[in-house]
Design a protein around this ligand. Structure first.
Ligand SMILES: [Zn+2]
Length: 203
């Protein structure tokens, strides 16, 4: 099987985090009830990006999740739905974190439309592919990649809370966070660490 690699860049990751924060900010400012579908550009004012035309809305989801991503199907364009069920109990940063997760799925789709794809970072190696359908969904490469995006989002907040600290000094806290996201148990972990460090050093 040939894999189409997605080359994630620090810039892509930073863009996703910026959009996710803008969505969460909008949400807290406007306290939406069910809201008509808008594009990311309409909602956040962030235009001219691969995600600007992505549609987003707010609704009550029965699933216990902060947000979900609907792939394009049956002529319906991709859509992110943010859950109104519990957002007011969560905090701004955690809403944005989960929006970032779904935005990563959306960007992966934009980049590799219609092709079987895996993330270079998360799944180039075949031992990282779920071996069978009994493996949990979170071990899928696309899910690993989306959780790496969450990790990068969290790094912004860890750095903001510790403005004087070096990345090296923050590493124990970053490592714990990666562990919570189930990112430390993969053979590809070293590659994830490189990506996390590249982001942390640059942003
Ligand atoms: Zn996901």
């Amino acid at each position: 099987m040939r894999y189409f690699e997605i080359k994630e860049t620090v810039e892509d990751s930073a863009l996703i985090n910026k959009i996710a924060n803008a969505v969460a900010k909008w949400m807290y400012k406007n306290k939406p009830a069910e809201h008509p579908v808008q594009t990311i550009a309409q909602l956040t004012g962030i235009k001219d990006t691969p995600l600007s035309k992505l549609r987003i809305t707010f609704d009550y989801l029965s699933k216990d999740t902060a947000a979900e991503y609907h792939r394009e199907h049956d002529g319906n364009k991709p859509l992110i739905v943010v859950n109104l069920e519990d957002w007011h109990e969560g905090d701004y940063a955690s809403i944005a974190e989960y929006v970032a997760h779904e935005l990563r799925h959306a960007l992966d789709d934009v980049k590799f439309k219609g092709k079987h794809h895996v993330s270079y970072w998360a799944g180039q190696d075949k031992y990282q592919q779920p071996k069978n359908k009994d493996e949990p969904y979170w071990s899928k490469p696309s899910e690993i990649n989306a959780r790496v995006q969450q990790a990068l989002h969290n790094i912004d907040y860890i750095k903001r809370d510790n403005p004087e600290a070096s990345v090296k000094e923050l590493w124990p806290e970053i490592k714990d966070m990666l562990d919570e996201l189930k990112l430390t148990e993969y053979p590809g972990y070293e590659r994830i660490v490189k990506r996390v460090l590249a982001y942390a050093e640059k942003n």
